[in-house]
Design a protein around this ligand. Sequence first.
Ligand code: ADP
Ligand code: MG
Length: 303
Amino acid sequence: MTTAPQPLSGEHRSPARGSLNRWWAGVGPAVLPLHPVNETPKVSLCGISLSYQTENGKRLLALDNIDLKVQPGEFVCIVGPSGCGKSTLLHLIAGLHHPTSGHVLVDNNLVSAPGTDRILIFQELGLFPWLKVGQNVEFGMKMKGIAKAERQERTEYYLRLVHLGQFKDSYTHQLSGGMRQRVALARALATEPDVLLMDEPFAALDAQTRDLLHDELERIWAETGRTIIFVTHNVREAVRLGDRVVLMTFRPGRVKSEFLIDLPRPRHLEDVTVAKTAGEVLSSLREEINKSLEEQYGHETLR
Ligand code: ADP
Ligand code: MG
């Protein structure tokens, strides 16, 4: 039985507690006043390292000693230069990769394989063009073994939630890119996972569509109380959406610093406060981008 989403109170989601707090890696886990520490973290990454075997037989250390805790209902954004291991990190939480050392816990249970409590959403949506919108949304639930009546009820519910109630019988090629992204979101939400893992989901969209989807994602997050871990290379997007922004170093990926974003919601990309905060995060990120440019192109750096 699908329960109606319970809107969280504005008080909960709109704290006005100064501008920006920051922790540096090594100081200890960031703890949000919005998500008290005495709760069991929804996701814990404990001393995670991961190295890949490369084609020339060497090992590439992609992630190095990552410690990160995400509280239930928290919206955490992860930023870092290309190749720093953001996708690898999400794959680990999804149970698609295994760490070389350390472990991932969800609700204090060891992650050793994919599970229906977590879902990964990519930029490449993986929608089936031969299925109608409603059938696409039903697909994930079918895989989960949910009975037909329940699937239909949830399909209606989640399509309405993403404002696509009218498009259940359309094919995905009849929709815009932003609408297709919303179908993918509805399909993921319909399986009712606790944790949404989003890997640069809006990177290919035009700016206007992305703005709309930011608004929708923020609203859906508030209404459903899901935990979201959202990867992006766009710092403004991270500050626009996140309760917290985690900045990763260039290879090997480590947690460089964490920024608590306690700006009131709803936020907008063009808010002065969002821009100012993003500027702070960006100056820290720039060092890492420079390291990646140096590695790839020699001495070229950003100022
Ligand atoms: P990001 O998502 O931050 O761009 P990734 O997690 O995709 O970074 O990759 C981190 C590093 O690991 C990169 O240097 C990438 O080339 C390398 N890598 C990713 N997947 C594999 C793989 N399957 N085999 C070998 N190296 C990989
Ligand atoms: Mg990636």
